[in-house]
Design a protein around this ligand. Structure first.
Ligand code: ATP
Length: 326
């Protein structure tokens, strides 16, 4: 294997708080260990269309506390084609890049796996997504911040729900994974969470109405994971209006509010540890792995495992919401 001298770094897919902390950690650890670093703009778009510039330690000054990503991010159709990836490879080689660190979600790491296999390039991934939906890791960068943002918003909605004695459906992101909905439901004391891993949503709702709201509660909040097939929170509110017309059901869709904001300390630390480990991994000859965390320890997760949608929701969490909302 040729020795790595220059490492390219990019952020791809949806932005997540902590991506900047990860870019900083990758850049500075690489420079500290004698590598050159190239910042690639707008995810894979910057590789395909040659938006690449050298990064110094100063390039990543004063960004650890910022949400979003200074490298910008994008979804790049061209990279999903063999021609696009060929252009990406040629630009990468012309810039002298020998290895890549890709920070992104499921799609970004799937793209990294395909690119690495096609061109025999060492690539290490970092899980950067608020959804916490990657396999082989307990946490993804951005999840903790998004969870805290949601809880802050739900606390405010609760004031209105209580004052007006209303039922609120609050829609959050995560159409493939219910971690945000379930754990924000626990943290905000919500009455229920409707998540993609469980299909009994109308039964759950009837149970909620009969068990709590109807008998003793003056307000109820249900956290709903977005779901394009069922219409998410809007779809549920519509069904409640039809089946229980006596309830004044309202909907709040938190949308992109969940993705921005200054990362929490937990996300900054996770991103810094994972970013540093990505460089260690490349130095050790690791390739085509994502840095994950299990029980506090950093581990290497093959891309195939990270992107296989093998995670299952924890049933203890579902029971906790149910028990604590009586
Ligand atoms: P988020 O979890 O926030 O949605 P993501 O990384 O899953 O982030 P995607 O839009 O799915 O976001 O993927 C980001 C980019 O990765 C795509 O725009 C595309 O350039 C690349 N990509 C995704 N899937 C593939 C694939 N199968 N082959 C090649 N490239 C891919």
């Amino acid at each position: 294997m040729a020795q790595i001298k220059t490492i390219g770094v990019l952020t791809s897919g949806g932005d997540a708080p902590g991506m900047n902390a990860a870019v900083r950690a990758v850049t500075r650890t690489a420079i500290y260990n004698g590598f050159r670093v190239m910042g690639i703009k707008r995810g894979y778009y910057g590789l395909v269309f040659n938006e690449i510039e050298e990064f110094t330690s100063k390039s990543v000054s004063n960004i650890i506390q910022q949400g979003g990503t200074i490298l910008k991010t994008a979804r790049c159709k061209e990279f999903t084609t063999p021609e696009g990836r060929k252009a990406a490879y040629e630009n990468m080689k012309a810039a002298g890049i020998d290895a890549l660190v890709v920070i992104g979600g499921d799609g970004s790491l799937s793209g990294a796996r395909i690119f690495a296999e096609e061109y025999d390039i060492p690539i290490v991934g970092l899980p950067g997504t608020i959804d916490n939906d990657l396999g082989g890791t307990d946490r993804t960068i951005g999840y903790d911040t998004a969870l805290n943002t949601i809880v802050e918003a739900v606390d405010k909605i609760r004031d209105t729900a209580t004052s007006h004695e209303r039922l609120f459906f609050v829609e959050v992101m995560g159409h493939m994974a219910g971690y945000l909905a379930l754990n924000s439901a626990i943290a905000s004391g919500a009455e229920a969470a409707i998540i993609p891993e469980m299909e009994t949503e109308i039964d759950q709702l009837a149970d909620l109405i009969n068990r709590g709201f109807r008998k003793s509660k003056s307000s109820a909040i249900v956290l709903v994971a977005e779901n394009p097939e069922t219409g998410g929170a809007m779809g549920l509110a519509q069904r409640i209006k039809e089946e229980f017309p006596e309830y004044d059901a309202r909907v709040t869709i938190l949308g992109h509010l969940q993705r921005g904001g200054s990362p929490t300390a937990a996300d900054r630390i996770l991103a810094s540890r994972m970013g540093a480990q990505a460089i260690t991994a490349l130095g050790e000859g690791q390739r085509n792995v994502m840095i994950g965390i299990k029980n506090g320890e950093l581990i290497y997760v093959p891309f195939s495992k990270a992107t296989c949608h093998s995670r299952t929701i924890d049933h203890e969490g579902i029971d906790i919401v149910k028990m604590l909302s009586i």
